[in-house]
Write a protein of this length. Structure first.
Length: 751
């Protein structure tokens, strides 16, 4: 009886423990966010920032330190696309709408700054050095050395909250609408009461393109204590000094004290002043909207309400724990877990929500107010993200990915075209190709089909076939006639743009096959391999052609890279693009003369230092050795080498621009041991995983299995000897998305 009694209590306690662990009451389930280090990527041009943000949040509150030198401020001199760089030590405030991991400047506005003493309105005078930084998921803290103020920030999806701990004495909070990363100017500000401000700031011209498509950011700012005095300032002129560095303001500064009317201008701002008798905490909360001031106020009231700073941060941290907890890992070092979960964190910043709390958002192109019952997403950097990030979202967060596709289709209905590089309901037209359709096809082929696929197919075909007034495929007529763009069709990127069109056509072909559109499948399949006409057998590389079909010369395939121009390629050279045809690797092997010549040529990319980890065209190259049986070890060695070289638990821990999470997605996949090597083809290829066990909690609304478990067994430093999929031996180093999610387990045996 005692044995049965003990067994009963043992099983009962194990059951309770499992339930508590599942709901996150015990263990580390609710603490995964502790592995997030937001400082990763804030150096080495990673273009991330450590600001407080909620998952997919519209608002982020980031320290703003655009200059590397104290007393100089000029974003243009460094082409800064981020509000924060780790090496800089002089900040001028905390911006509330920011981009993460992008290559061009925009946003970085609504900059609040606490100060002490007499009100100064020149950032060079009120800016401060800072120390004792702390950054976590949803939280940032620092100490301003000039004033002794402690600043803490957190955020809801649409509201940024700052808590300032002021020393005794005269203190101020400035809201500067003249500063920012955007190249645009113009703002309106109005003091509503001694505790509230409302206004609007103009932004736009991403990459300094299309200044005619600027747009407004509306805001309402609210303090939890009334100001003793307030005012609005307006600078009449700013001037530049040596080497174009901004040295301050030259001219009159007009100040409106205790003024309740609107003020409009370029270099304007407001100050709220206090006289504290003792150390005092003051909270500033800013709600934003891209629709109206009224919506910004509603966002502020609905999401903040009477919640305290602590309660907001607690809830935001719980949201981060929830989304990050979609993956659980065991094994690996603490640094490896931090690198992994920070990468996952970075993939959950963009795309972010555009719609307000009430569902309203600005329509693409017209900016008329529309309404959604779901989430309208924005910041679609498709030239980057079509390669891996959206496939990751389909696996981990299929509901989010579905809403992203629905947002893309809404953009099509509103503007007549799928997005290319969309930002806050504007089309920036950045980069080349026609990538949105690749994402749509890839999503649908992975089994996420709860969107209007016929409208999606129509949109994809329109961009692929309409020659006139086509913003997505310049040079389409030449492409359709010759199969490629020529040196006269475009001044740069004729080869790489041809390849991008090929990949888009391949995506349409795969979708057409799924939809049983036989003629379309055949037609687009032929178009998808027209890059073959640009293959120079003498070089075993791709090469640009002239209008008459002759090779462009002089031509050096070794020149050109990420930031160095090469006539036939965009952000790269022939080595970095030739193998970017993962949908046609078997034929590329044949054109190169077989498996051995292919392997040698691919290996030269790495041996001759032509591989660029910081850019997307060659991002799948390390996995291509898996296409040659017997060479799989090269993939495993190369992936490990690149991962340990370029990804670290430090500010320079990204190889370069994160490209709205694309580099981070590459890292996540490689640490799990799988990679979606061919966009719009739902397959994964295999590499050696970092962790002993990876458990992915699948969304039951989209997948039959509740979990997907990836394990490695045997010698952790060995090579993959064989695979088991769902407990059965698997011979190939390629696995379909359906096989992986339906069986629910992949075991790699290393020797």
């Amino acid at each position: 009886m005692q044995s049965l009694f003990c067994q009963y209590h043992y099983l009962r306690n194990r059951f309770i423990l499992s339930i508590l662990t599942f709901v996150g009451v015990l263990g580390n389930a609710q603490e995964i966010s502790r592995y997030v280090n937001p400082f990763i990527g804030t150096s080495n041009f990673g273009a991330t920032n450590p600001g407080a943000v909620a998952p997919r949040g519209m608002v982020s509150v980031s320290p703003f330190n655009v200059s590397g030198k104290q007393n100089t401020m000029d974003k243009d001199s460094q082409w800064l696309s981020t509000p924060y760089v780790k090496e800089n030590h002089f900040l001028t405030g905390f911006s509330h709408v920011n981009l993460s991991g992008v290559g061009c400047p925009d946003l970085g506005v609504l900059i609040a700054m606490p100060t002490t003493g007499v009100v100064e309105t020149d950032p060079l005078k009120y800016g401060s050095t800072y120390s004792a930084e702390v950054a976590r998921a949803g939280y940032y803290k620092t100490h301003l050395e000039t004033s002794g103020i402690m600043v803490e920030t957190t955020a809801t999806p649409r509201v940024g909250i700052s808590r300032y701990t002021f020393p005794k004495g005269k203190s101020n909070v400035l809201l500067n609408l003249g500063l920012g990363l955007t190249n645009e100017q113009g703002a309106m500000i109005k003091v509503v009461s001694p505790t509230e401000i409302e206004g609007v700031r103009t932004v736009g011209s991403f990459c300094y393109y299309k200044p005619e498509e600027t747009y407004p950011v509306y805001f309402v700012a609210r303090f939890d204590k009334p100001a003793r005095e307030f005012g609005i300032w307006k600078h009449t002129q700013k001037y530049k000094g040596v080497e174009g560095q901004w040295m301050g303001y030259n001219g009159k500064t007009r100040t409106y004290r205790n003024y309740y009317k609107e003020v409009v201008g370029d270099s304007i701002g407001t100050y709220f002043s206090y006289d504290f008798k003792e150390t005092t905490q003051l909270q500033l909360s800013i709600g934003i909207s891209y629709v109206s001031i009224e919506n910004a106020r509603e966002n502020l009231e609905k999401e903040l309400g009477k919640n305290t700073f602590e309660s907001v941060y607690s809830e935001t941290r719980k949201q981060w724990d929830k989304v990050l907890g979609r993956i659980e890992v065991s094994g690996g070092t603490e640094d490896e877990k931090t690198i992994f979960y920070t990468a996952l964190y970075h993939t959950l910043l963009h795309p972010n929500i555009l719609n307000d709390y009430n569902g309203e958002y600005p329509a693409m192109a017209t900016r008329e107010t529309k309404h959604t019952t779901g989430n309208r997403f924005t910041v679609f950097s498709f030239w980057d993200t079509y390669r891996n990030l959206h496939a990751l979202m389909s696996l981990l967060y299929p509901k989010q990915q579905s809403d992203m596709v629905k947002s893309m289709l809404a953009i099509y209905k509103e503007s007549g075209w799928l997005p290319k590089w969309e930002l806050n309901a504007t089309e920036t037209t950045t980069m080349v190709g026609d990538p949105a359709g690749i994402v749509i096809a890839d999503t649908y082929l992975r089994g996420i089909d709860d969107f209007d696929i016929e409208v999606a197919y129509e949109a994809m075909c329109k961009s692929a076939d309409q020659i006139t007034d086509n913003p997505l495929r310049p040079g389409l007529e030449d492409y359709l006639q010759k199969g490629y763009l020529t040196t006269s069709t475009t001044s740069s990127g004729s080869v790489s743009t041809t390849q991008e069109y090929n990949i888009s056509d391949f995506a349409i072909a795969q979708l057409a096959q799924k939809l049983r559109k036989k003629e379309a499948y055949s037609r687009y399949t032929k178009r998808a391999v027209s890059y073959r006409k640009l293959f120079d057998k003498k070089l075993n590389l791709l090469r640009p052609k002239n209008d008459d079909g002759s090779w462009y010369h002089p031509f050096n395939p070794d020149t050109g890279a990420n930031f160095v121009k090469n006539f036939g390629f965009i952000e790269g050279n022939s080595w970095q693009y030739t193998f970017m045809v993962t949908h046609d690797i078997p034929h590329l092997i044949k054109m190169m003369g077989g498996k051995e010549p292919f392997t040698k040529q691919l290996k030269k990319v790495f041996d001759n230092k032509q591989f660029d980890m910081a850019n997307e065209p060659d991002i799948a190259y390390p996995f291509l050795f898996n296409y040659v049986k017997g060479k799989e070890r090269l993939t495993q060695d190369m992936v490990d080498q690149l991962r340990t070289t370029y990804f670290k638990n430090s500010p320079d821990g990204l190889p370069g621009n994160d490209d709205t999470g694309t580099m981070s997605a590459w890292l996540i996949y490689t640490m799990m041991g799988i990679y979606p090597v061919s966009p719009a083809e739902p397959i994964y290829t295999i590499s050696r995983p970092v962790f002993d066990r990876v458990t992915i909690h699948l969304d039951p609304a989209y997948y039959e299995e509740n979990t997907l478990i990836i394990k490695k067994e045997g010698n952790p430093k060995g090579y993959i000897k064989h695979l088991e999929l769902g407990g059965k031996k698997h011979e190939r180093f390629f696995i379909t998305h359906d096989e992986l999610t339906r069986t629910g387990s992949l075991t790699m045996y290393l020797k």
